[in-house]
Design a protein. Structure first.
Length: 88
C-alpha cells in the first residue's frame, strides 16, 4: 500500500497514495513548471478525495483526473465490469 501515484492536469501534479482502507489520500499538489507547492498535507492529515474537493474546490478538474487515474490505473481491469456493448 505504499505505492505513490502521480496525476497531472493543466500544469499541476497531485501526489497521492492509497490508505489502509483503499481510499485515496492526497499528499500534496505542485506546479509542474517550477515545482512550486500549491498545498502539502501532514502525514497524519492526508485528506481523502472528498475532503480535498471540499478544502480546495478550485482544483476540481485535478480531483476529477485523480479519480479517473484511480479507476483506470489502480483498480485492476479484471475487477471492473465490461462496458455494456461487450455483452451484445
Amino acid at each position: 500500500m505504499d505505492e505513490i501515484y502521480r496525476t497531472e492536469y493543466d500544469g499541476l501534479q497531485a501526489i497521492w497514495r492509497l490508505n489502509h482502507r483503499h481510499e485515496i489520500a492526497i499528499m500534496f499538489v505542485h506546479k509542474l513548471s517550477d515545482s512550486t507547492s500549491i498545498v502539502a498535507f501532514a502525514p497524519d492529515d492526508y485528506p481523502d478525495l472528498v475532503q480535498a474537493r471540499e478544502r480546495l474546490p478550485k482544483l476540481a478538474k485535478l480531483w476529477d483526473a485523480v479519480r479517473h487515474d484511480f479507476w483506470t490505473e489502480v483498480i485492476p481491469a479484471h475487477r471492473r465490469s465490461p462496458p455494456p456493448e461487450a455483452s451484445r
